[in-house]
Ligand binder design. Structure first.
Ligand code: HEC
Ligand code: HEC
Length: 225
């Protein structure tokens, strides 16, 4: 084959393969509906427009801001192979999380992840929070504020410490968008269902919210030596 023709053909090939792995939110939305995901999750927000009863009517967390909350790679993998995030059952702190979340097959997991990543909130300014080892944030998380009393995290030598009433924050930096962590701490009413996570507005300065957000966003698996 002439080199030019080969080049042209491989361009066509690249374009078609690229578009087949690109986002397909419409297929994801259809799969989301077909699988009954909407029975347990809201995809319309914000939370403040719902009553507590509305919120408790769904058995799972709100997903209308999923695209602002999650890291896409994590989301696709989790939908295919969900592992408990909350040690206790969502909104029922007297029972363990049964760990029975529905699983999606690979192709559905990818398209549903695309759909969920297309649901974003305008209350999450992008590019503000750079994950970083942050001694001030650590002090707030472990000592100054009761964060670690409700959230698990990996401490020294990767030992899991912390309380079990809130979602586990072990490897939170792989799961959560750093900017969402800050937005959630600053303006929780927009996102948070019910009221089990305390509001820190007024208790923490803007600077300290940034410190603790950077600290939590830096929770990642330790590299093996
Ligand atoms: C019977 C109710 C139920 C159904 C049906 C359900 N979920 Fe869930 N979902 C939950 C609960 C409960 C959690 C919290 C799980 C945890 O913390 O480990 C959850 C968590 C999630 C999360 C993480 C949200 C967060 O903020 O931590 C995503 C994403 C999600 N579900 C997507 C889906 C998709 C996609 C489907 C359809 C295939 C689906 N769910 C079907 C109840 C449900
Ligand atoms: C009294 C227990 C409690 C304390 C103290 C607490 N949290 Fe939470 N937190 C929760 C619960 C419960 C949730 C789940 C959502 C809800 O109920 O609003 C949550 C949610 C979160 C989330 C979102 C996690 C996710 O996957 O959705 C982050 C991040 C977070 N908390 C960080 C913090 C930080 C940082 C502090 C300290 C400044 C803190 N929390 C203090 C109970 C707590």
């Amino acid at each position: 084959m002439k080199p030019i023709l080969t080049a042209a053909l491989s361009t066509v090939f690249l374009v078609t393969t690229a578009s087949s792995v690109l986002a397909d939110p419409a297929a994801g939305k259809a799969a989301f509906e077909a699988k009954g995901c909407g029975d347990c999750h809201y995809t319309a927000g914000p939370a403040k427009e719902k009553t507590i009863d509305d919120q408790l009517a769904k058995k799972g967390p709100e997903l209308w801001y999923a695209g602002s909350k999650f890291q896409k790679d994590w989301l696709g993998k989790w939908l295919a192979d969900p592992k408990p995030i909350r040690p206790m059952k969502f909104n029922v702190l007297t029972e363990e999380n049964p760990g029975d979340h529905p699983k999606l097959a690979g192709a559905d997991a990818a398209s549903v992840a695309d759909f969920l990543m297309s649901l974003t909130s305008t209350d999450v300014p992008a590019g503000k929070v750079k994950p970083k080892k942050n001694p001030k944030g650590r002090q707030i998380f472990i000592k100054k504020m009761p964060c670690s009393g409700c959230h698990q995290y990996a401490g020294r030598k990767n030992k899991i410490s912390g309380g079990r009433s809130g979602p586990s924050l072990v490897d939170a930096g792989v799961r959560l968008n750093p900017d969402w962590i800050l937005a959630y701490l600053k303006n929780p009413k927009v996102f948070k269902p019910v009221k089990m996570m305390p509001v820190f507005t007024g208790l923490l300065s803007d600077k300290d919210m940034m410190n603790v957000a950077r600290y939590v966003a830096n929770f990642k698996p330790k590299k093996k030596k």
